[in-house]
Design a protein around this ligand. Structure first.
Ligand code: NDP
Length: 290
């Protein structure tokens, strides 16, 4: 099985490294130097020209949005062999993913939207959750590939369904970050440190990934390590909004979360870690969470 991996960012780097431990893996990155460093460190083969990936059996992409994936696909797809499977790990747009599936399908390439969850820790451990939209037969062909990067793979529906599930998941992540920040800011003002409140909440019914992992590791420590940018989270919540609107679901909470997250990315700069959105709540309340 020959793998081509496109996009060696925070997620793509460790995913491609895990693939290289099991398969012949070629890598391409917009900034070529990153691909060469990856090859030296992980035993992948760096290519500078996308068409040098043409003999791959499976093409993986992990880029910011579906727009960048489509641009790459327009260059590479005509060179790919019939029956190649394109596994797109980007958190992308469901409709654009369906369009891309049609574009690639015309070249005999099976496109699966296969966004991932689990962050950079999950990517390093090869323990991601993958939500797959598209043809079950194509998914069966790449199960062995997904096994190298994932602890759980769920076929969620037809083309685009994986992207929709990912967008809603990340809207829920953003909602729990905002809600927890508000609650803990109020408790700080009432004299309860966030670290103490977390001891209670994480043994109680208000807990979430935000309270169990993100607040203790990133907020209370004031470390805010940048593993997943606020710009990417804002993008995902915006994509969830499109899904809600398309389904004609009145969603006042998630629409508000979308607006707040977009505003935070603008105010703080999108390059910071997503958890830094709590600074918006801290500033408005005049407290810091410790
Ligand atoms: P990063 O910003 O770390 O990396 C982005 C990658 O895309 C880099 O390889 C970058 O190349 C490349 N890229 C950017 N623009 C272009 C372009 N125009 N053409 C070609 N390549 C381009 O992103 P992440 O790895 O964090 O995220 C990738 C995807 O995974 C996103 O959709 C994100 O939402 C999703 N995701 C991220 C998670 C995380 O915890 N970080 C968790 C789950 C999903 P270059 O090196 O040249 O800049």
């Amino acid at each position: 099985m020959r793998i081509a991996y496109i996009g060696l960012g925070a997620m793509g780097r460790p995913m491609a490294a895990n693939l290289a431990a099991r398969f012949d893996t070629r890598v391409w990155n917009r900034t070529a130097e990153v691909a060469h460093r990856h090859a030296e460190a992980n035993g992948t083969t760096a290519v500078e020209d996308l068409v040098d990936l043409a003999d791959a059996d499976v093409v993986c992409t992990c880029l910011p949005t579906t727009v960048e994936v489509e641009a790459v696909a327009r260059v590479l797809a005509p060179a790919l062999g019939e029956g190649t499977v394109w596994l797109d790990h980007t958190s992308g747009d469901p409709q654009q993913a369906r369009d891309l599936a049609a574009l690639l399908g015309a070249e005999g390439v099976d496109y699966l939207d296969a966004p991932v969850s689990g962050g950079t820790n999950g990517a390093e451990a090869g323990a991601l959750t993958v939500m797959v939209g598209g043809d079950a037969g194509a998914l069966a062909q790449v199960e062995v590939v997904l096994d190298a990067v994932a602890a759980r793979v769920v076929h969620v529906g037809p083309s685009g369904a994986g992207m929709a599930v990912k967008a809603v998941n990340n809207a829920l992540l953003a909602a729990s970050l905002w809600a927890a920040a508000e609650g803990f800011a109020a408790l700080e003002k009432a004299g309860v440190p966030t670290s103490v409140a977390l001891e209670v909440v994480n043994a109680s019914s208000g807990r979430s990934n935000a309270t169990e992992n993100l607040f203790p590791e990133r907020v209370v420590t004031r470390a805010f390590p940048n593993t997943f940018s606020l710009a990417l989270l804002a993008k995902d919540v915006g994509l969830a909004r499109a899904t809600l609107d398309a389904g004609d679901v009145a969603a006042p909470i998630l629409h508000l979360v979308d607006r707040l997250t977009a505003d935070a990315a603008e105010a703080l700069g999108g390059d910071v870690d997503h958890t830094e959105l709590v600074r918006m709540v801290e500033r408005a309340a005049g407290v810091e969470l410790h």
